[in-house]
Design a protein around this ligand. Structure first.
Ligand code: HEC
Ligand code: HEC
Length: 483
């Protein structure tokens, strides 16, 4: 039953792969959550092997030789692709890259979660507060009895003990609690899925099946970091008083994170504006195959950014090299701390980058729900997008970014250069537009300055003097909702 559900989710997560790489894929379902035994490093998938329910061996984990799927032999390339998807998903969902040395052992975030009653500090984190901060619960990681109790409303969502049980079951998306043999929480780490996954709310708001790649726009990253009892390393890095650092973190709000802060020290928005205007919205990590530069400001490719984030933001233990960060004018914090040349032994990141990239590129953008847009108006809107709106001059279908160099100055899209100037490219990346419906919360553009798609379209209409009628504008919005 559980297997069947996981299998169907697997199929749901990678439909393009099933279509694109042939029927063989629909016969094999590797790397179910049950296989996930995230240890300190979130599990090592190099030993990947999996079997169908009938016990037929389908993938040996060695891409060098053809693999017997039971009925269809995968060629070495298909077998390797499958192995990388399996490994990459494991990394994306469960790997901490050893970052518990930072979040737990140094910042003591776990102490704030377990509370003074369990040997930590403060009142502890109730499930209601965790859900309120946008953390998500993976229903498939929960024992059936717990799911039944949840359904029956018999789980105490105001008890810190429940939070600890959820963490012990590895059910809090993107958060890895580390427990000793007595069941005491001793540390905590984070995963990519913390910010780049949501759940489908199938059981309750915030509780459901994982949606890998979706931007978690409910997640209050800053408030969660600010819970940590010890922020001294962050204060020291930024050269700012503890109270200021906490105030900045608490000001970001849901769905936002100032990734540049830890390299350039810029905590305030344009012209000394509010800290949330210096933070970027969490973008989706789906629909990126074919997209050249990644991030709002095109720091590099997806794999570049994965290495950046895993080392510099999550504080995992790996290797990260970018000589551009030794520019002390643009990146004073990075230059002073040699963040453009980070090396750890052992390196828990580099060997995982390949599969992580393949997995992310395989995550398709989700399809808008039926009835969420007016199809007739959307068809008219497509004509505006390709014609009078001039949108397709940059957003080229079906990628909806430029095949080629996908970067523009603020002036080209009629906005300021504050955020683009923080990137080595000094430009904004043409956002790939698929699955916009899944991240409408928090608004649009890198900082969420436009609350709705209508506001975005209005902005282009004025900024680019397009002369669109209100009818053309609303058709265009329906088209955007259909992507
Ligand atoms: C604390 C939240 C957080 C975590 C954890 C996190 N990211 Fe991100 N991610 C962001 C934010 C915010 C951005 C946008 C950064 C920017 O443009 O300034 C981003 C950008 C990205 C992008 C670029 C997407 C695009 O549209 O081009 C990718 C890919 C990505 N992250 C993958 C990952 C991976 C893989 C991991 C784990 C190694 C990870 N992220 C961990 C918040 C997070
Ligand atoms: C000159 C190139 C260019 C043109 C023309 C252009 N865009 Fe954009 N678009 C961009 C860039 C660059 C961004 C990213 C802005 C940012 O990061 O803040 C963007 C962002 C967007 C977003 C926000 C995506 C998100 O995830 O928040 C939408 C929606 C959008 N554009 C729709 C349109 C529409 C509709 C048109 C035509 C009326 C259009 N664009 C014309 C370059 C362009």
């Amino acid at each position: 039953m559980l297997k069947a559900r996981i299998a169907s989710r697997w199929t749901m997560l990678v439909p393009t792969l099933t279509i694109g790489l042939g029927a063989a894929f629909s016969l094999v379902h590797c790397g179910s959550d049950e296989d996930a035994q995230p240890g300190t490093n979130g599990g090592d998938a190099s030993t990947t092997s999996c079997a169908t329910d009938g016990g037929t061996t389908v993938v040996t984990g060695d891409a060098g030789s053809p693999v017997d799927s039971g009925t269809i032999a995968l060629d070495p390339i298909q077998a390797n692709a499958q192995k990388m998807i399996t490994e990459g998903r494991q990394t994306f969902r469960f790997d901490t890259f050893g970052d518990e040395a930072f979040w737990g052992d140094t910042l003591h975030l776990h102490d704030a979660i377990k509370g003074s009653a369990k040997g930590g500090v403060g009142p502890g984190l109730k499930p209601t507060d965790a859900l309120g901060a946008g953390l998500k619960v993976d229903v498939d990681a929960l024992p059936t009895a717990v799911v039944d109790s949840l359904k029956a409303g018999k789980v105490d969502l105001t008890s810190v003990d429940t939070t600890l049980l959820l963490l012990q079951a590895n059910a809090v998306v993107g958060v890895k609690g580390i427990f000793d043999s007595t069941g005491a929480m001793t540390s905590i780490g984070i995963n990519c899925s913390l910010c780049h996954s949501s759940v489908d709310d199938s059981l309750a708001p915030g509780v459901g099946h994982r949606l890998d790649g979706w931007a978690n726009r409910d997640l209050n990253v800053g408030a969660i970091i600010a819970m940590a009892p010890n922020l001294t390393p962050v204060d020291t890095l930024l050269g700012a008083p503890d109270a200021t650092v906490r105030a900045v973190l608490n000001a970001w709000g849901p769905g936002k994170f100032n990734a540049g802060l830890f390299i350039d020290g810029k905590a305030l928005g344009p012209d000394g504006g509010a800290p949330d205007m210096a933070a970027s919205l969490i973008p989706p990590a789906f629909g990126l195959a074919g997209v050249n530069l990644a991030t709002w400001t095109g720091f590099g490719s997806a794999t570049y950014w994965n290495a950046f984030v895993a080392n510099l933001e999550m504080h995992g233990q790996g290797t990260f090299i970018d000589s551009r960060l030794s520019n002390a004018t643009d990146y004073p914090v990075a230059a002073a701390n040699n963040l453009g040349n980070v090396r750890h032994t052992p390196d828990l990141i580099t060997s995982k980058l390949g599969a992580l990239e393949v997995y992310q590129l395989a995550i398709p953008a989700p399809t808008p729900p039926a009835g969420s847009f007016d199809a007739t108006a959307a068809a008219r809107g497509e004509t505006v997008f390709e014609g009078a709106g001039k949108c397709a001059s940059c957003h080229v279908a079906p990628l909806f970014t430029e095949p080629g160099y996908n970067m523009h100055t603020g002036a080209e899209i009629a906005i300021d250069d504050f955020q683009s100037d923080r990137s080595p490219e000094k430009r904004y990346r043409t956002a790939p537009l698929r699955g916009l419906f899944s991240h409408a919360k928090g608004g649009f553009y890198h900082d969420g300055r436009f609350a709705t798609l209508t506001d975005v379209v209005d902005h282009y209409n004025v900024g680019q003097s397009l002369g669109l009628t209100s009818g053309q504008e609303s058709d265009l919005v329906e088209y955007l909702k259909s992507l």
